[in-house]
Design a protein around this ligand. Structure first.
Ligand SMILES: Cc1ncc(COP(=O)(O)O)c(C=O)c1O
Length: 414
């Protein structure tokens, strides 16, 4: 894919744009969602499985808390840059209740989505040449954020056989004197893979042996786990890592609040202060009304989460079963999130109905969209291909129909 600078070339002379833009690419997940939306607008029957957000509406109690905050006049003014005291207190309660982690208000930052929190952390800590270890497949934004902050992303490949999980040996091999952070994301976007307690313990044991390495854990999908899977955050499992761990989470996925833009983190006070300084010179506080909604999300009833999870689990099982019946597709069964990440290696070299030979996963997803109107995201931008990501956070009947179309598409390849 062309870099941002290349894409903007006709409209903007090269000298206008920062050199750092040459290093990054636009988000492939947003690109496919836009493409599916355009086809739909043109009247095509398209099922979009690209978007990484729940199809459920924000629960009513959360919406009502926001409305109440507006009518009570609590939303007119700036709040503290790093988040209101009331929300920090709710986040502290959440960390204690769900992760047995103690964070004081000075150790907590609220950002405009988990994305801003991650970005602040990299901007606040990375010097040129410092490395961030990122297991692949990874969320598309991680390497580009690291690059924008001047650091070096170091992808650690995993395999389909290991369930897309980084082994302790691979982690050990990847650590160098330049390693600043190891970034863990469990359950993962894009694979849904989540480390069991035993698997995570092996990784934290490696990290204990390397005291210069900091741990960034993106726990955004913590609540979206199936089959009695038990989630652990690294500092919860290994308290000796607490002093050098940044625990990131947010309201977007579990609370169906992607549009509200609230993420948060707990970590060492000095780091949180530096992140808040960056936020103070960029966006200032996250939107006040969204912060009040987040207080209710974290403190209010949590009973809709298992209800949503039962639906997600049904869709996951449907995808895994149907995709494994598609010719040339291999689909592991993930522990969580709302993604599956099938390999399409068995389709490479075959010919699509349009006459085009499928050379890579980008061809696969393009031809699938053209032939069957199913929008998925190619694996290469996630750091592992040939594969593709399906988000099953969409109507179950659409998920089923999309899988049926993928079966037909694969069956029709020559
Ligand atoms: C792994 C992961 N981390 C962070 C985020 C960012 O979440 P937010 O919408 O709160 O910025 C996402 C969103 O897709 C994600 O998948």
């Amino acid at each position: 894919m062309a870099t941002v600078a290349e894409q903007l070339k006709p409209a903007a002379p090269a000298e206008l744009l920062a050199k750092s833009l040459k290093r990054i690419k636009p988000s492939a997940t947003i690109a496919v969602t836009d493409k599916a939306r355009a086809l739909k607008a043109a009247g095509r029957d398209v099922i979009g499985l690209g978007a990484g957000e729940p199809d459920f509406d924000t629960p009513d109690n959360i919406k009502l808390a926001a409305i109440r905050a507006i009518t009570e006049g609590k939303t007119a003014k700036y709040t503290a840059v790093d988040g209101m005291a009331e929300l920090k207190a709710a986040v502290a309660r959440k960390f204690k209740r769900e992760n047995n982690l103690d964070y004081k208000p000075g150790q907590i930052i609220i950002g405009t989505g988990g994305k801003q929190v991650l970005y602040n952390a990299f901007m606040a800590t990375l010097n040129p040449g410092e490395q961030v270890i990122i297991p692949a497949p990874y969320w598309v934004s991680y390497p580009d954020m690291v690059l924008l902050a001047g650091g070096e992303p170091v992808a650690v490949p995993t395999t389909i056989e290991s369930g897309f999980k980084m082994t302790p040996e691979a982690l050990e091999r990847a650590i160098t004197p330049q390693t600043k952070w190891v970034l863990l994301n469990s359950p993962s976007n894009p694979t849904g893979a989540a480390y069991t307690r035993a698997e995570l313990k092996k990784l934290t044991d490696v990290l204990l042996r390397h005291p210069h390495v900091f741990v960034m854990t993106d726990d955004m999908y913590e609540h979206l786990v199936y089959d009695d899977f038990e989630f652990f955050s690294p500092a919860q499992l290994e308290p000796r890592l607490y002093e050098r761990t940044l625990t990131i989470n947010g309201c977007s996925k579990a609370y169906c609040m992607t549009g509200w833009r609230i993420g948060y983190a707990g970590g060492p006070e000095q780091l949180i202060k530096a992140m808040a300084m960056i936020q103070s010179q960029s966006t200032s506080n996250p939107t006040a009304v969204a912060q009040w909604a987040a207080v209710e999300a974290l403190d209010g009833p949590q009973d809709f989460i298992p209800k949503h999870n039962a639906i997600f689990k049904e869709r996951r099982d449907l995808c895994v079963s149907m995709l494994n019946q598609a010719k040339g597709i291999q689909c592991p069964k993930p522990e969580g999130a709302f993604y599956v990440y099938p390999s399409c290696a068995g389709t490479i070299g075959r010919t699509a109905p349009s006459g085009k030979k499928i050379a890579n996963d980008e061809d696969f997803v393009t031809e699938l969209l053209e032939a069957e109107g199913v929008a998925v995201v190619q694996g290469t931008p996630f750091g592992f291909g040939p594969a593709f990501r399906i988000s099953y956070a969409t109507k179950t009947s659409d998920v089923e129909e999309a899988c049926r179309r993928i079966q037909r598409f694969c069956g029709n390849l020559r």
